[in-house]
Ligand binder design. Structure first.
Ligand SMILES: Cc1cc2nc3c(=O)[nH]c(=O)nc-3n(C[C@H](O)[C@H](O)[C@H](O)COP(=O)(O)OP(=O)(O)OC[C@H]3O[C@@H](n4cnc5c(N)ncnc54)[C@H](O)[C@@H]3O)c2cc1C
Length: 386
């Protein structure tokens, strides 16, 4: 029989948000335990940004977050800004590099961030290899069941993350607990991921272009990679975190290809179309678009329009898009419905003492450090109230 351990606060999940919350709660003199099913804390942080951890972004604002109710983030990101995170990094001697404008990576590797998170939550009892299996609530006490000891507490924070990237060990315990207390779950789907589609050829795999992807009214300009199964790269990742029906891809957004081809036809009909396109696109992409290698004089203007659209206006209909699976997605869209959570405290509106933070909530951020920023901000806010 296992002995029961009692704490003021138990945090389920020692990832980015759970550790940030533990730091804030222990700083307020709370007696805190943090439980994680993995063999170490902050495993996603350690691999994030290719091991360099893109930990915040100057452009943090509501419009870089997605979910049923993105406005939910407003309070937390106003309380914890990117400047606060940079100051925090400096206080831990973490050096950063600004890669794309406003996008901050850790120059000495993500491990430095992990160590800082451990430092901040000094005083917290850490239980790794501790898989939470269920929770009970009687009076003002929560009883948390694990494969090992049970824990009791007056406040519990669910910081168990999303269910993508299984290799790092994930679980749906957060959604199960939320449901148990009457919370709605917005269905989960992969986001920040590649797309499988047969609209392109696998022969193009490995080639990248600076593309523009139109998603609804928004235009995303970033690099796009052709893969064996479809398309990936930052532009595609960013498209997948948004709500979309079709995607419209422009492989050469700075150039009106129809104008170029018509002018070329008027000037010299003997020019080869693929070689004209190759001034604006990698040659293999140009050849794939044109098919046979005819001279431009052999094309009617309507044919040139079709070719131009294959560069400037490729429509991928919804039924040709398959998100490339939870296994490789960086985050999930969906999770615990935020309308039933206080955005000021992160506490459940349905059960006093039950808190949520991080990706388990129905909030997903854009590519570029927005997800970790959300984890830090929501975790700290929860830690200040829990
Ligand atoms: C490969 C990759 C790269 C990424 N790079 C970036 C990046 O550079 N910048 C960025 O902003 N975001 C990045 N992200 C996203 C970011 O890592 C997550 O959004 C963030 O870690 C979410 O924090 P969290 O605290 O909500 O969850 P997590 O950090 O996932 O932590 C949840 C924790 O809960 C534990 N847990 C789950 N179930 C149980 C259970 N039943 N019992 C006990 N413990 C449990 C897990 O073991 C885990 O440690 C990346 C994600 C991936 C997969």
């Amino acid at each position: 029989m296992s002995l029961m351990k009692h704490y003021d606060v138990v945090i389920i999940g020692a990832g980015a948000s759970g550790m940030a919350a533990a730091g804030a709660a222990v700083g307020r003199g709370r007696n805190v335990a943090i439980l994680d099913m993995g063999g170490q804390c902050a495993r996603k942080v350690a691999v994030s940004g290719g091991g360099r951890c893109n930990f915040t972004n100057d452009a943090v604002s509501v419009n870089r977050y997605f979910g049923k109710n993105p406005d939910f983030v407003r309070g937390a990101i106003a309380r914890v800004t990117s400047s606060d995170i940079l100051r925090w990094a400096t206080s831990h001697n973490i050096k950063w590099v600004e890669k794309a404008s406003g996008q901050y990576f850790c120059s000495d590797g993500a491990e430095k961030i992990v160590r800082a998170l451990y430092d901040d939550m000094r005083g917290t009892d850490i239980f790794i290899n501790t898989n939470v299996t269920g929770i009970e609530h009687t009076g003002d006490t929560f009883l948390i069941h694990t494969a090992g000891p049970d824990f009791s507490c007056h406040s519990v924070l669910i910081a168990s993350g999303g269910t993508s990237f299984h290799t790092l060990g994930v679980s749906d315990i957060g959604y199960k607990i939320a449901k148990q207390f009457g919370h709605k779950i917005i269905p989960v789907r992969p986001a920040l991921c590649a797309i499988a589609t047969d609209c392109f050829s696998s022969e193009l795999a490995g080639i990248s272009v600076n593309a523009q992807i139109t998603v609804g009214k928004e235009k995303i300009n970033d690099s796009m990679l052709f893969t064996h199964f479809g398309i990936g790269g930052p532009a595609v990742y960013r498209a997948t975190v948004r709500d979309f029906d079709e995607l419209v891809i422009n492989l050469s957004p700075d150039v009106d290809v129809y104008e170029i081809l018509r002018n070329a036809k008027q000037k010299s009909g003997r020019k080869n179309v693929a070689s004209i396109l190759s001034e604006y696109l990698p040659i293999r992409v140009a050849k794939w678009i044109c098919g046979d290698v005819k001279n431009i004089a052999d094309y009617r203007d309507s044919d040139l329009r079709i070719i131009a659209d294959k560069v400037n206006h490729i429509i991928i209909p919804y039924n040709k898009i398959k998100l490339h699976g939870l296994a490789s997605a960086e985050v999930v869209r969906g999770g615990v419905d935020t309308t039933q959570i206080s955005s000021k405290t992160m506490e459940s509106k349905l059960c006093a003492g039950l808190f949520f933070a991080g990706e388990v909530l129905d909030i997903a951020g854009d590519l570029g450090g927005f997800n970790l920023h959300w984890a830090w901000a929501s975790g700290r806010v929860a830690g200040e109230y829990i």
